[in-house]
Design a protein around this ligand. Structure first.
Ligand code: HEC
Ligand code: HEC
Length: 304
C-alpha cells in the first residue's frame, strides 16, 4: 500500500514536471519558403500600405503620453489585466532591429516571441495568422526603415494565472490557433476575395466585431455578428447575421465612404475605436480596396 502510494507520488511529480517542461519549451523556428525575403526590392513600400491596413501603429505608439512611433508603451486594459505594447521600432537592443525574417513571421503567424516564448493574443495574431508570408515580410521591411527608438518594454500587469505566459500554449491548442492561409474562392470575384483577405487577415475586423466567449476567444459561429462588450466598453455593431439589420441597408458606396471619412449614411460620425481604425487605417487604403471590403461585407449582411 505504502509502496503504491510512493509510486503514485513519484508518477505525479514526473508528470507535473513533464507538463511544465512541455509548456515552457520554446516554440521552434520554421524555415521560410525559398526566395521570400524582406530585403527584396519594393518590399518596404508594400509594407507601408499594409501597416496602415493592419493598424499596427495605433497599438504600438503611446501617442497620448508623448511616446514615439512604433516604440510601444501604449496601455491596453483587459479583463485579464493591463498590457503594455512592446517596442517594434528597429532598435537593436530594445526593438526588433536584430530579428530575423523567420522570427518576425513566427511572431505574426504563430504568436511566438523572439526567444520562442508565447505571446498573448491581445496582439491580434489570431487574425494576422491568415496573412501571406510575403505580406508579413513586407511589413518587416517597412518597420526597418523607421526611426530606431531606444525604449525598453514595460512589464504587463496581469492577474494570476494569466501572468503565466506559457499557458497561452494550452489556449492555442484548445482553440486551434495556428497559421492559416486563405485560399481564394473561385466562385467569387477577385474583389470579394481581396475584401475577405483585408477583413479577415490584415484589417482584423473580427477582433472587435465578433463576440467573445468567457475565455476571450472570438466565437467563430457568430463571425462579425457584433460584440456588446467591445474594447474600452464600446458596443460594436454587427456587420453580419440577424443583428446586422441596419447595416444590411448600407450600399456598397456608403460602406466604402464610411471607411474613408467615418460618416454614416445618417450623417453620424464614427466614434471611439472605429474612428481610430478609419483615421489610422482604412482612410489610407485605395478606393478599390475599400470597395472590395464593401463587396465582401455586403455578401455577409444581405440575404441571398
Ligand atoms: C490591438 C493592439 C495591437 C495591434 C493592432 C498590433 N499589436 Fe503587436 N503587440 C500587441 C501587444 C499587446 C503585444 C505584446 C504581446 C505579449 O507580450 O505577449 C504585441 C507584440 C508584438 C510583437 C512581439 C514583440 C516582442 O518584443 O516580443 C511584434 C513583432 C508585433 N507586436 C508586431 C506588430 C505588427 C507588425 C502589427 C501590425 C501588423 C501589430 N503588432 C499590431 C498589440 C498589438
Ligand atoms: C478596435 C475595434 C474595431 C476594429 C478593429 C474594427 N471596428 Fe468597426 N466598429 C467598431 C466600433 C466600436 C464601432 C461603432 C462605432 C460608432 O458607434 O460610431 C464600429 C463600427 C463599424 C461600422 C459601422 C456599422 C454600423 O452599423 O454603424 C462598420 C461598417 C465597421 N465598423 C467596419 C469595420 C471594418 C471593415 C473593420 C476592419 C477593417 C473594422 N470595422 C474594424 C470597432 C472596431
Amino acid at each position: 500500500m505504502l509502496a503504491a502510494l510512493r509510486w503514485l507520488a513519484i508518477a505525479t511529480v514526473v508528470a507535473t514536471a513533464a507538463g511544465f517542461v512541455w509548456l515552457e519549451w520554446p516554440a521552434p523556428l520554421e524555415r521560410l519558403p525559398a526566395g521570400v525575403s524582406s530585403a527584396a526590392p519594393g518590399m518596404a513600400d508594400r509594407g507601408a500600405y499594409l501597416v496602415r491596413a493592419a493598424a499596427c501603429l495605433p497599438c504600438h505608439w503611446d501617442k497620448k503620453n508623448g511616446g514615439q512611433r512604433f516604440a510601444g508603451g501604449r496601455q491596453i486594459k483587459t479583463q485579464f489585466g493591463t498590457f503594455y505594447t512592446p517596442n517594434i521600432s528597429p532598435d537593436d537592443e530594445t526593438g526588433i532591429g536584430k530579428w530575423s525574417d523567420a522570427e518576425f513571421v513566427r511572431a505574426l503567424k504563430h504568436g511566438v516571441g523572439r526567444s520562442g516564448e508565447q505571446l498573448y493574443p491581445t496582439f491580434p495574431y489570431t487574425s494576422y495568422r491568415f496573412m501571406k508570408v510575403e505580406d508579413v515580410l513586407a511589413i518587416k521591411a517597412y518597420l526597418m526603415t523607421q526611426n530606431a527608438v531606444h525604449s525598453p518594454d514595460k512589464r504587463h500587469a496581469l492577474r494570476f494565472p494569466y501572468s503565466w505566459r506559457a499557458l497561452v500554449k494550452i489556449w492555442k491548442l484548445q482553440h486551434g490557433v495556428e497559421p492559416q492561409s486563405l485560399a481564394d474562392d473561385p466562385a467569387q470575384s477577385a474583389a470579394w476575395n481581396r475584401g475577405r483577405y483585408l477583413v479577415t487577415a490584415v484589417g482584423h475586423c473580427a477582433e472587435c466585431h465578433s463576440p467573445r466567449d468567457a475565455q476571450g476567444v472570438t466565437v467563430a459561429t457568430a463571425w462579425l455578428q457584433g460584440n456588446p462588450h467591445g474594447p474600452d466598453g464600446w458596443k460594436v455593431p454587427a456587420l453580419a447575421g440577424p443583428r446586422a439589420k441596419d447595416f444590411a441597408g448600407w450600399s456598397r458606396d456608403q460602406i466604402a465612404d464610411y471607411l474613408e471619412s467615418g460618416s454614416k449614411p445618417d450623417f453620424d460620425q464614427a466614434q471611439g475605436p472605429m474612428a481610430e481604425v478609419i483615421t489610422e487605417g482604412t482612410k489610407y487604403l485605395t478606393a478599390e480596396d475599400r470597395l472590395a471590403i464593401a463587396d465582401y461585407l455586403r455578401s455577409l449582411s444581405t440575404p441571398h
